[in-house]
Design a protein around this ligand. Structure first.
Ligand code: HPA
Ligand code: ZN
Length: 329
């Protein structure tokens, strides 16, 4: 079996995926029309041109604009259903999905509408083709802690559907320490915690996520290699890092895939996984991320296997479930 075939055929888990980031341009137009929402694009080619980002901030502006076409429960269902079909195609058998309630609640969409649509689609995928899932609610770090506390309060009514909380949006200038109280409260309420850290931000933000937010996983974390002590800590504590290669290129964290530090991270024995982040904006779902990074860094079959094993190892599945999937790789 070729490496590409191996990547395509083997079961895998996806651990860093923003559901709003799966909104394909074609779907954005359908929803804009259905809901009578103005979008700043005339056609698909306009959209594709706009997806030429210079950094995280320039992406987020367009990403939040795109999310405005999501209005009804059915829109969130359709969005999520389109994503689960991609999972099926890529042999993703377990997915841990982020959503950003503040993006929607502050433009008048109820929390209930958002979570119900996402959850209904994931449940249906579980019933129809066995996809397992966890939902992780992200707080927008460009907003304040008070706003996060309000959203956390609303999430309590949906504790049965939401497994954990995370932290996303503009990293620079919004360090994890800004949300210490919020994450403490979330842990008290029995949510597990993760956070985006060290995507553009310094290693210090990864330290803060670990020490102040008690995260079980770091999203991105690629800046950790600038701090040897941090690398040691991540290894010793077996903290996974959910790396997103195509995202890192589109947002210019690295100039090109050949310069990505994923292989160096593997060499240091860090627990890294490969994920798609916002695939509709960054040019590919998880298999494409795996295939392109393997080729660019000339990863060996063993390294690719490690990445797939890590995807389950780093998930929030139960130990028996992890073992079962890993035995199939
Ligand atoms: N980083 C921060 N916030 C985000 C991202 C990301 O990669 N994707 C969606 N929101
Ligand atoms: Zn992300």
């Amino acid at each position: 079996m070729s490496i590409v075939e191996f990547i395509k055929k083997k079961p895998k888990a996806e651990l860093h995926l923003h559901i709003e980031g799966t909104l394909e341009p074609e779907h954005m137009f359908v929803l804009a029309k259905r809901n009578n929402i103005q979008i700043p694009f005339n056609n698909i080619s306009d959209v594709k041109k706009a997806y030429n980002f210079s950094n995280l901030e320039s992406f987020l502006k367009i990403y939040y604009e795109g999310s405005k076409v999501l209005v009804k429960e059915q829109d969130f269902f359709d969005l999520t259903w389109a994503y689960v079909l991609k999972c099926k195609e890529d042999n993703v058998v377990h997915t841990e999905v982020f959503f950003d309630p503040q993006t929607h609640v502050y433009r008048g969409i109820s929390f209930d509408t958002v979570i119900s649509g996402i959850y209904r689609a994931l449940k249906k995928a579980n019933k129809e083709f066995g996809l397992s899932f966890k939902i992780i609610m992200c707080f927008l770090r460009h907003l304040d802690q008070e706003s996060g506390l309000e959203i956390l309060n609303q999430a309590l009514a949906h504790k049965d559907k939401i497994f954990g909380v995370g932290l996303d949006s503009s990293e620079t200038g919004n360090p994890p320490r800004k949300f210490e109280k919020l994450f403490k409260k979330a842990i008290e309420k029995d949510f597990i915690t993760v956070a985006h850290a060290g995507e553009e931000g310094p290693p210090e933000y990864i330290w803060e996520a670990l020490n102040l937010l008690n995260v079980k996983r770091i999203d991105h974390g690629v800046q950790c290699l600038h701090d040897e002590k941090l690398v040691k800590k991540l290894c010793n504590n077996q903290i996974p890092l959910t790396v997103c290669p195509l995202s890192n290129i589109k947002l210019r964290v690295f100039k090109k895939l050949e310069e990505h530090n994923l292989k160096k991270m593997l060499d240091k024995k860090l627990i890294v996984t490969v994920n798609s982040d916002d695939p509709a904006y960054f040019g590919g779902y998880v298999n494409k991320n795996l295939i392109e990074i393997q080729a660019a860094l000339n990863l060996s079959a063993n390294e690719v296997k490690t990445l797939l094993i890590n995807s389950f190892k780093s998930s929030f599945l139960k130990e028996e479930e992890k073992k079962e999937w890993i035995s199939k790789i």
